[in-house]
Design a protein around this ligand. Structure first.
Ligand code: SF4
Ligand code: SF4
Length: 392
């Protein structure tokens, strides 16, 4: 008879508890959560099995478990758990622990999980942009220079061609590379040893990716199946609207950035498309940028309000949740302040706000593979994986 040896790792159970799944021991395996989960397919239910793996400390099971990435953290299972074991929090905690091993160097994940680590993450870009500022100030002979016509122009200090553009290009492509390696690692972890049974594999991963992006990102249609509390009838601030607002604000701001970059760089060769910054407030691209900022603020307000209204007895909010919301708020607020101070001709606060804006935007991009925003990429990769192997 074949034997199966389980190797419990109690340290892993303790790690899950510390990462937010402290109530897991209350579970008595009734399976109500698996029935309540609107996302779990009937032939591969979750999160009951994850509850037992967590209490037995089966770290390896989690590493190869695709289901922790498919969970949308809607909390329906937690709402209906008769024991208050908070399976949604256990799923989130397990995901965060596996996540720590995906992006390298893993020390960044460790720093991201605590207030003291966060100080280090802040200091890196704070020093970087301060050095840029100091070098340029030494060259200009002043820290808060004005353009020849008396206007406040941030490029007088943070010169695009030699500082902002190369630093952000390097940061962006570096983050993409870390994410790419993380996704490859994740897919390797999902693949069981030996042959994988393929049920109805029909098309290449790229078409599955297109389907996932359409359903999950562009239309946010899947949120309708997993909105807060549909099973229990509880009304709550709408997660779908908040995420959709954030998504479309990112699209708009990315478009604006691309047009301004093209106007700047290509404009050196084709002067007719040259875009001068700062742009006038009535310039169409500037109007789009401000609409993007407004959508960002509205989306953030909705998601923050929803998270603050969650019952802490039922749904925990971890450091990862607050880090992402916090950094997005800081990016939005410093961006708006730097524009307002510039328009009000308040040069010192304008440069200070712009400096902080650069620090927080850099943090958003540079730490993306380790932050909750990186979940989006890994989750998309997991969804593509299950579709490639016949699950929806
Ligand atoms: S987590 Fe709750 S609902 Fe799920 S099996 Fe355990 S006791 Fe039952
Ligand atoms: S949080 Fe939602 S998606 Fe995740 S396991 Fe529970 S019910 Fe399913």
């Amino acid at each position: 008879m074949a034997q199966c040896t389980l190797k419990p790792d109690l340290e892993f159970t303790r790690e899950i508890a510390r990462a937010g799944g402290s109530s897991l021991k209350k579970c008595y395996q009734c399976a109500t959560c698996s029935v309540a989960c609107p996302m779990a397919p009937a032939n591969a239910p979750y999160p009951r099995k994850e509850m037992i793996w967590a209490s037995w400390g089966l770290r390896d099971k989690f590493r190869s478990d695709v289901d922790i990435w498919l969970c949308r953290n809607c909390g329906n299972c937690t709402d209906l758990c008769p024991r208050g074991a908070r399976p949604a929090d256990v799923m989130a905690a397990a995901r965060n622990l596996v996540y720590r091993d995906l992006a390298e160097p893993s020390i960044v994940s460790k720093w991201m999980g605590s207030a003291s680590g966060l100080k280090r993450l802040f200091l890196i870009p704070a020093v970087l942009w301060l050095v840029v500022w100091a070098l340029r100030a030494a060259y200009n002979g002043q820290w808060f220079p004005r353009a020849a016509d008396g206007r406040i122009v941030f490029g007088q200090i943070f010169y695009g061609d030699y500082t902002i553009d190369p630093i952000f290009m390097l940061t962006f492509f570096g983050a993409c590379f870390v994410l790419y390696r993380g996704v490859r690692k994740l897919w390797e972890m999902f693949r069981p040893q030996g042959e994988l049974l393929v049920i109805g594999r029909t098309k290449s991963w790229i078409f599955h990716l297109a389907d996932v992006l359409w359903e999950e990102v562009l239309t946010h249609r899947k949120f309708d199946e997993c909105e807060d509390g549909p099973t229990t009838g509880k009304a709550g601030p709408n997660r779908k609207t908040g995420h959709a607002l954030l998504f479309w604000s990112f699209v708009l701001l990315a478009f604006v950035t691309a047009v301004v970059a093209a106007g700047h760089w290509v404009g050196k060769i084709v002067p007719v498309i040259h875009i001068e910054t700062p742009m006038p407030m009535t310039f169409p691209i500037k109007i789009l940028a401000n609409i993007g900022a407004l959508l960002l603020i509205c989306g953030l307000a909705l998601l923050t309000w929803r998270r603050l209204r969650l019952d802490p007895e039922q749904h925990g909010s971890g450091f990862y949740d607050w880090y992402l919301l916090g950094i997005l708020w800081l990016v939005a607020v410093t961006g708006i302040f730097s524009q307002c101070f510039r328009l009000a001709d308040a040069i010192v606060p304008a440069f200070l706000a712009y400096y902080l804006h650069l620090v927080f935007v850099w943090m958003l991009f540079a730490y993306l593979p380790w932050s909750k925003l990186g979940h989006f990429v890994y989750r998309t990769a997991a969804l593509v994986f299950v579709r490639m192997y016949g699950r929806s």
